[in-house]
Design a protein around this ligand. Structure first.
Ligand code: TTP
Ligand code: MG
Length: 372
């Protein structure tokens, strides 16, 4: 049977939630900011609505820059816990539309052929439900959009394709509130003219290297000899590049965010609350974790700092990220922030300290905090 995958991406997610909550905001340029608290506008843009995007405002730019681009825009702080709750409701709603395994032993999350990709994105395998028929998948896509609107008053963009790679890229074609289906016979026409960085999972460093080899478009990448790609990028990546350029992706849709975690804990040479001493031990643990993650090509979405105090009491502090990351620099930064927060909130000295990563998933595409 022809495989059919749906990718759902909510439109200007955090901003859309704020607009929904406060109708007075509608129609105005709205910027959601992660304020650092140092000065009035220090911090970065988390997201903005499409009215604000018209002025060139984008996720990741400094809020002060956004203010210069559009002085009359409204700036609101992120309300992460609230958005997470909305996200969880949406994911449970979407899960119902995915193919379901008949295995009743499994819980809802394991039963559905459903994969949450980030706070506002998910893949749904719908091969069985649609009988491999793209027209039926398109009707299902419109139904999802209509019901999601009725239930949550939020719009999304949908991509439909013969696999995750194509479905993901299709959802970007028409935004906001779009629906794009790329049938198997349309894949090469769709991919060939795209720029390298538009190929999902191909980062800017790889794109630069490919450009040095005289490759500018996905079509040009597809035409290259796989052996040439392997000799420049190694076997795994070389093969991936060749296949992705042809729109081939056999990775299954599945709940990859398992309960698995990787952690390390160690005892300090003496009890202390000196952040420098504690952090230097944490750095060693981080190296260990990164090695384990790299060996298994895993990314993580949750980082937890564990502290055992002089009285042997254990406490933790966690941070959940919007997107999976996998690099050392991100893990170091998050760990430092968690340690600072922990020390602010808790008196007493550390005896042991640990760090663990959770919500592990296969590494793919952007995986550094600094890519977002
Ligand atoms: P995206 O889906 O990348 O963006 P979006 O939903 O705001 O807009 P689009 O219509 O283009 O899909 O990210 C989802 C949410 O994640 C976004 O609303 C805010 C958050 N986010 C950040 O906090 N920082 C970032 O750099 C990005 C890209 C997103
Ligand atoms: Mg989105």
């Amino acid at each position: 049977m022809q495989r059919v995958v749906i990718h759902v991406d909510m439109d200007s997610f955090f901003a859309a939630i704020e607009e929904r909550e406060n109708p007075k905001l509608r129609g105005k340029a709205l910027v959601i900011c992660m304020f650092s608290g140092r000065s009035e506008l220090s911090g970065s843009v988390s997201t903005c609505n499409y009215a604000a995007r018209a002025y060139g405002i984008k996720s990741g730019m400094p809020c002060s820059r956004a203010k210069k681009l559009m002085p009359d825009a409204l700036f609101l702080p992120v309300r992460k816990a609230f958005y997470n709750k909305v996200s969880a409701d949406i994911m449970i709603f979407l899960m119902e539309y995915a193919d379901q395994a008949s295995d009743l032993e499994k819980n809802l999350f394991e039963q559905a052929a459903f994969e949450q990709l980030s706070v506002d994105e998910a893949f749904l395998e719908v091969t069985e439900r649609t009988g491999g028929d793209f027209s039926r998948a398109i009707r299902l896509g419109f139904q999802i959009k209509a019901e999601l609107w009725a239930k949550e008053k939020l719009s999304c963009s949908i991509g439909i394709g013969p696999n995750k790679l194509i479905a993901k890229m299709a959802s970007d074609v028409q935004k906001p509130n779009g629906l794009t289906a790329i049938r198997p016979e349309e894949v090469s026409t769709f991919l060939n003219p795209l720029k390298l960085t538009q190929l999902w999972g191909l980062g800017s460093v790889t794109a630069e290297k490919l450009q040095e080899m005289g490759i500018e478009t996905v079509g040009e990448l597809a035409a290259r000899d796989v052996l040439e790609l392997i000799s420049s990028f190694g076997k795994r990546k070389g093969i991936w590049l060749k296949q992705a350029a042809f729109g081939i992706d056999e990775s299954p849709v599945r709940a990859r965010q398992g309960s698995e975690q990787i952690g390390r804990i160690a005892t300090l040479s003496e009890d202390t609350r000196d952040p420098k001493i504690i952090y230097s031990l944490l750095e060693k643990l981080i190296e260990d974790l990164i090695e384990k993650l790299e060996a298994r090509e895993l990314a993580f979405r949750v980082v937890t700092l564990t502290a055992v105090n002089s009285g042997f009491r254990m406490q933790t502090k966690s941070r959940t990220l919007n997107h999976p990351v996998s690099d050392r620099t991100s893990l170091r930064q998050i760990t430092r922030e968690l340690l600072e927060l922990y020390l602010e909130e808790n008196p007493g000295e550390f005896r042991r300290v640990g760090i663990r990563v959770e919500a592990l998933q296969a590494k793919k595409g952007q995986t550094s905090l600094f890519d977002y």
